[in-house]
Design a protein around this ligand. Structure first.
Ligand code: ATP
Ligand code: MG
Length: 298
């Protein structure tokens, strides 16, 4: 167990942010693959398969132990590979113990409530892994880049001041501390893709018929706000990376590498919980012995 944690740490350490004060987005290169080369791609894929097996075992214990829950949050620009990272990394887990929620623009009903309201309803049960594909962090990203979205929230005017983003960061930190104190472990991933790679992926979506459905021209419009988004992401990470709920800023220009880092982070987190199968007490053991005898005597 310790060795798997060590291996995972080598992959995740450079990208884990637990204290955002010194964080600068430009320190992480979206093209980075650490010591791994493109030629290693298939070897990494094999290791990932092993990792996925390990993850499945950990999930089984998480489920049996039934005390902790794990909340994984994914944020990224379009085409950074959120969907594919989620799909690959969770491919081995038992669907019974896992739930994915994709957060879109809020509905009229959702806009009638505070912004965390809709998230509360999708927090993972104990023993489960919950995945947020986008999350309440959009409240400091898309809503910050497009102030008209904030207007739609109908907040009382006196509450909308220059301090609103700092206040949101503060509330989110408190919310995540609250989750942590309730046994919901929070890990956050920003898949950091470059503007050039995004363009390449958009073009592929246009050119390949089987990918056409993924293309949306609003994604191209959002690309026009790249600088604003990067500034918002940097601010968000600086203010919400904490030891109990760290951000992983994962290079995302190479999907095979992104998946490996995300899998490593999830395995490392589950391994750190030292999950054990529940031990049976004396009475339960007696019951098992009696049942065995009854079955054998049938
Ligand atoms: P994909 O494009 O790969 O299917 P996606 O996560 O981009 O995945 P979309 O339906 O394209 O899914 O986009 C969801 C949209 O909802 C995003 O543009 C996002 O910014 C927006 N959104 C999510 N949460 C909020 C929010 N709280 N307020 C406003 N917009 C939001
Ligand atoms: Mg999209």
């Amino acid at each position: 167990m310790k060795s798997i944690q060590k291996k995972c740490r080598k992959l995740t350490q450079p990208f884990r942010v637990t204290d955002g004060k010194e964080f600068r987005l430009k320190k992480i290169d979206p093209d980075d693959t650490l010591w791994l080369k493109r030629e290693d791609k298939s070897r990494v894929a094999e290791a990932l398969e092993e990792g996925i097996q390990a993850l499945a075992e950990f999930q089984d214990r998480l489920y049996a132990d039934n005390r902790w829950a794990l909340l994984l949050i994914f944020q990224a620009m379009d085409a950074a590979g959120k969907d594919s990272a989620i799909k690959h990394v969770m491919s081995g887990v038992n669907p019974q113990g896992c739930q994915v929620m994709s957060f879109k623009a809020p509905s009229a009903e959702e806009l009638d409530h505070d912004y965390l309201w809709r998230c509360f309803q999708h927090l993972p049960n104990r023993g489960h892994i919950g995945i947020f594909n986008r999350s309440y962090y959009e409240e400091t990203l898309v809503v910050r880049v497009h102030p008209e979205l904030l207007e739609r929230q109908r907040l009382p005017a006196e509450l909308v001041t220059r301090r609103i983003w700092d206040e949101r960061f503060q509330d989110i930190r408190s919310f995540e501390r609250y989750l942590t104190r309730n046994g919901i472990v929070v890990r956050k991933f920003f898949l950091h893709v470059s503007k050039e790679e995004q363009k390449r992926r958009f073009l592929e979506r246009i050119e390949k018929p089987e990918k056409n459905w993924k293309f949306s021209s609003t994604d191209v419009q959002e690309r026009g706000f790249w600088r604003e988004y990067m500034a918002a992401y940097e601010e968000m990470i600086r203010h919400t990376a904490t030891p109990e709920a760290p951000w992983y800023v994962v290079p995302a220009d190479h999907k095979w590498f992104t998946r490996a880092v995300v899998a490593a982070a999830v395995i490392e987190t589950l391994a750190s919980l030292e999950l054990a199968y529940p031990e049976v007490d004396k009475d339960k053991r007696k019951e098992l012995v009696a049942a065995k005898q009854a079955l054998l005597e049938e």
